[in-house]
Design a protein around this ligand. Sequence first.
Ligand SMILES: Cc1cc2nc3c(=O)[nH]c(=O)nc-3n(C[C@H](O)[C@H](O)[C@H](O)COP(=O)(O)OP(=O)(O)OC[C@H]3O[C@@H](n4cnc5c(N)ncnc54)[C@H](O)[C@@H]3O)c2cc1C
Length: 407
Amino acid sequence: MIDYDVVIVGAGPAGSTAAKILSEKGINSLLIDKEKFPREKPCGGGLPLWVLKRFPHLFNSNYIESYSYGGFIYSDTSKYKIEVHKNYPSIAMVLRKKFDNELVNAAIKNGVKFLDGVKVIDIKFENNYTILILSDNTSIKTSIVIGADGFNSITARKTGLFTKRRFTGVSVVEEFQLSEKILDKFYTKNRFCHIHLKIFGITGYGWVFPKKNHLNIGLGDCRLKSNRNQQNLKMIFNKYLEILKKQEIIPKNIKSIKLRGGSLPVWPHEKTYMNNVLLCGDAAGFINPVTGEGIYYALKSAEIAANITIKALKTKNTSGRFLSQYEKEWKKDFGKDIKYMLNSTKKIRNENEKFIQTMSKDKKLAEMLFDIMTGQQSIYKLRWKLIRRYVYSSSRISLCNLIKFKK
Ligand SMILES: Cc1cc2nc3c(=O)[nH]c(=O)nc-3n(C[C@H](O)[C@H](O)[C@H](O)COP(=O)(O)OP(=O)(O)OC[C@H]3O[C@@H](n4cnc5c(N)ncnc54)[C@H](O)[C@@H]3O)c2cc1C
């Protein structure tokens, strides 16, 4: 049986980030993924610019395909729209196949051992070590397991840390390869993106993300698991393509041939650590519940997990009590934001046409909503009550009050 100090299950942005930090410190670690890399991952591939400011090594053309300088947000009937054009980039666009592969390569360069095309099929927990059983009939012994194995995490399930939820995020996406000339024509060199709120009655939104040579189109919805009468997202996707063609947002010859689906966690698990185990990224349930964006949380939670792991190995203390520092740290960084967003999602989803109509006439408010939808600004700063009063009351309050919270 091979022995490692740390085994990281899953080589998405969370797993490869943890692996890179650990191997930088010379820790004997193994990164495993069930897929052969480079692999596809259904995703919009949108990264708000502030994410790059926190992870500046990603400001690199190896990772980033293109930048979007703003775009359009449409009301549910598409009757009203908010238009925001910026003179600086607001969203960086990545192709996940390439982005994730580059992150893995950076970890390999630092010395991590990478095993791809091999699945973790079972995990056995002993007093102060863990055994992972792999699909190639081998077993691995390790002091710490970092579960970065996505939404359906075997690590979260085998540890019992997986919290069952009534709601789940579901999403479909397709990425079309198009010429730069066509993309310039439809979205300009500034690659303006389009977001259709609550299109066809879904609770989430549809998006059109133009990249350098690709067009990423998707739909995200939040669903009650027990509801069997939900609309089929694939059908809605095809209807969405038709609407986009009618609105002349996409070329008429676009046809869905390889639609892919994915699930998103909508809440963090109640506990994200135990003896010898830490969960990060989607495996821990870290997602922005308003926008469905999760790459930042994957990167940040992995960074925190790796640093706590380094301390735990140094002090030879891999107990749950010691590893609980991890949860304190992520809560300090983004826990408050996720909690606030969870409480606000219902309010945001209940807003109607009038809301977008009013916002469309007010440049500052429009910019603010765009910044929130694209993750530029934390919704935590949103004075929801004030905005609703502004939108719905006849005696309008001063806009200055609303904008005060903007830095
Ligand atoms: C349709 C869609 C659109 C999205 N759009 C965006 C977006 O625009 N911006 C954004 O920030 N986020 C977006 N997200 C969310 C984002 O994709 C995730 O939050 C992010 O990928 C989480 O990274 P991760 O490393 O935690 O997990 P993942 O990227 O899911 O990686 C997990 C890895 O674990 C591997 N694995 C799983 N089980 C095992 C096992 N048993 N053994 C070995 N390996 C295993 C998988 O093969 C996978 O490679 C989107 C999600 C979906 C579904």
